[in-house]
Each structure stands twice: as C-alpha cells, then as structure tokens.
Design a protein around this ligand. Sequence first.
Ligand code: XMP
Length: 529
Amino acid sequence: MSGSATASESIIETDSLTDQRIVVLDFGSQYAQLIARRVREQNVYCQILRHDITAERLKEIAPKGIILSGGPSSVYEDGAPRCDPGLFQLGIPVLGICYGMQLTCMALGGKVENTPSREYGRADCQITDGSGLFADLPGSIEVWMSHGDQVSAISEQFEPMAKTSTCPYAAIRHRELPVFGMQFHPEVTHTPMGGQILQNFVIGVCGCQPNWQLSDFAELTIQQIRQHVGKRRVICGLSGGVDSSVVAALLYKAIGPQLTCILIDNGLLRKNEQALVIDEFTNHFKADLHVVNAEDRFLASLAGITEPQEKRRRIGHDFIECFKKEAEEIENAHFLAQGTLYPDVIESGADPDGPAATIKLHHNVGGLPDELGFELIEPLRDLFKDEVRRLGLELGLPEKLVWRHPFPGPGLAVRCLGEVTRDKLVVLRAADAIVIEEIEAAGLYRETSQTFAVLLPVQSVGVMGDARTYDNAIAVRSVNTNDFMTADWSRLPYDLLARISTRIINEVKGVNRVCYDISSKPPATIEWE
Ligand code: XMP
C-alpha cells in the first residue's frame, strides 16, 4: 500500500456541480431528506444544512432559495432549534414548512399556539391567493397536516394565502420580503399537488434553472476523478450491491485499467451472487477483479456463535483483515473508492455545514476503517439512493443489478438464526433463491422493498409420504418501505405464497414448514437478527 493521507472530504467539488442550488435547513424533521429529493426531482440541486448555520455563511453559499424544514419541537420549548433571523433579510426566497413556518412567524412577529388536539392527516385546503406558490393550482387542494402547534395570528407584515377548516393560516406570505410559510407538508405524497407547489417555489419564486442532471453529474465526476487520480491506482470493494457496483462502473469509465476491484466472498452471499458480480465486472466492464474466497475463514470464526451482534462483529473484523491483506498485494494502490451516499454523509455529520447526526441507522459492517491508509474517493456522496440507481442505468449496469433489494453486510449470517453452519447456509440459500424466483415471476420484485428467506432455529414435525419428518422451518419476510426505518409487511397474494411454500418444501431438502412474517417495523425489525 503506498497511500498515506486519509480524507473524509469528497474530491468531487459540489460547488462546480451547479450554481443553482436550494438549501434545506434541517430542524430534525423526518421529512428533511424527502424535501431535498423532491426538489431534485425538479432537476434543481438541493443540499441539507445545519439549522443554525449563520446568515453570513449562507450568503457565501449563495443558494437561490432556502427551505426551513419541519421538526418535532415546539418553538417555545427550551432548547428548541432556531435559525439565524438574519437569513430572512438576505433577499433570498425562504419557504418555512410546518415548524419552519412557525419559526418564520416568530422571527417576523407572528403568534404560534399549541392546538388543542394535534392535527394529523388529510385536510381540504382553500387557496385564497393563487399567485406565486399556488400558481396553476385549483382553488381547493388536499394537503397533509402533521403538527401540534400552529400559527394563530400573523403580523401586519404577512398576508394569508390558504386556509383549512381548523387552520386559518395554512399558508402565508410576507408583504415585502420573498418569505413564505406553509403549515402543511408539500413534500409527502399525501399532498398530491405538493410537487407542483415545490416547483412553483423553486422555479417560479426562486428562479432556478432546472439544469441539474445525472448525466452532467456523471460526466463532471468522471473528469474530476481522472484529474485527481492521475496515474495512480484505485481499489474498490465490490459487494454485489448497487452502491459499490455504481462506484466501480463510474471509476471504470474514468480510469479503466487503473481500477482494481476486490470481492470478498465470505460464504454468506446469496445464490449466484459471486457469479453475477464476476460476469458484470469482467465480461462487461473488463475490470481487474480480485475474488477472495474466504468462506472457510468466516465460517470458522462464526463457529459456535449465536449472539447476533457478536456475529456482526466477527464478520466485520474478518472482512477488514481479508480486504487489507488483498489490498497490500496491489501495487501502487493509493485510493480507496467507497459507495457512501448522501444520507450517510448527513447522518454521520461528515458535512461541516450539514446537520449534526441525529439517528445513525447502522454501523455498516462492510465499512473500512481509516487506518487502511488510503485516500478516499466517494463519488456518490451527493446522491440519494434513487439517483444512484438511475446513474447505474445510465452507466450501463443491468436492471437486475441496479434494482436489487438491499442486502446486509453480514449477509446470510443474520438470516440463519443461531449458529451459522455450512449445511444450514445451503438450505437457506436454496430457499431464498426460490422466494426471489417466484416473486420475480409474479412481477412483484420491484413492488416490494426487501424480500428474503430466514432459516429458523427450530425443528417441527411433519409428514412426507407415509413417513414422519422432524425438519427445519423457513420464514419468508417481505416488506414495503421508503426509508427502511419503518416498514410494513407486503400483502403478497395467497397464490404466490402457496407456490413459494410448495416449492421450498418439495425442493429444499430438510425443510418441512414455511411461515410468512406479518410483523411491521416497529416493533419488529426487517432482519430477524
Ligand atoms: P433492520 O433489521 O434494522 O434493517 O430493520 C434495516 C435495513 O438495514 C439492513 N441491515 C444491515 N445492513 N449491516 C448492513 O449493511 C448490518 O449489520 C445490517 N443489519 C440490517 C437491513 O437489511 C435493512 O435493509
């Protein structure tokens, strides 16, 4: 390994991506990322920033518009997140959503009160001012409300734009400044005209040119990678998942033979996963691919281990060791490419202007520590997952790979409950492949977010032919979710479940019972361990 510096900052200069950006200040809303995605759907670049960023710093960033997100706090609570009131005087258009509207009113002389009952759900909204924000909308629209407090009085400086039966100021505008407030949530799909409202703000009010395009992003990123990497070598770990595949495809386009990919087969992959990756990155992209067959090592260190977190810890440790050893063999390797996405950057607090970490979803056991000594390249760190998928398609990756359901770093180990053994993995892998085959055949793979089989650590009695059996049980898990933080079980058709069950019991030796998991998250999690 020849690299020395480690970098947590991207080599990709976001500033050169566009001068037409909208920023969202995050007040702890579960919807801040959704707002940013909706804005990007208008082909306008959008970035999430800390709620307490100074007006001065905002002036330097020079966004075309500022959106203040919602948030769980009450504006009068001690320690409630605030914004720099100076931002309203910058002359940059501001849209406050829910909590963001309440802050706007407080800063500019309105009154916010706690409503007797929290309002949550759909409401009919009458638009009384059909200009600007509400241009080209009907006089009455359905909106989604989710708030405890609401604005009960506005100062002379504001005028109302919309109302509902319980909310006299569903939307307001400042008479002189380009400042707007909205009690409802335009970013959620339950506000059907929400996309048009955000478009009116971003394009109409802020005057953004809708020119943020993934193809431009890819082109610019490729150029920047070429410039930065020079003649040195980049290593990229492949997992079979979409993020690492897109990173590898992008790097291959940028530097071709200077890229070396490493696939660690830990023996915990799904059926045909290794073959799929090898085929894609040697036949299609013709990249230099090193496959490390490390099944024995991983299974040896998992022997006798039943505790899920201990399984994760051991797998993570072994992965780093295997990767390090392989990487040391690669001459002139200076960079390590990783598939860090924008939500990871936001949640880890890695962006100095970004919101502080609120919830960290997972310690990704596929992650590699800084001590490896490489300089990092994270070309996807400005993108959301759906953008990464679109980019993958633009780069020529096959649909099958691009639309793959997420697969956890510890792989089948957390779906093989209790101790992991080679024999159990054979059973689980075969059952899982049948679940996926059948769901694909039914045309429902893309309709579900994550679907898989779990091998339970119980035996139960059955009868096959005339003989009594005492065999394994498989649970089928299929969920629908937008963010993987909450999820509902998929309402799969009975006929499909029947086919899955019959095939698994007939074709997978050692299984005599199949159950369907009908628990939502919370309180259950998506994985069983
Ligand atoms: P849970 O089970 O917490 O999973 O509802 C939410 C999402 O995270 C994935 N997951 C993991 N991903 N390392 C990962 O890289 C892990 O240890 C891990 N555990 C769960 C899970 O598959 C789902 O998509």
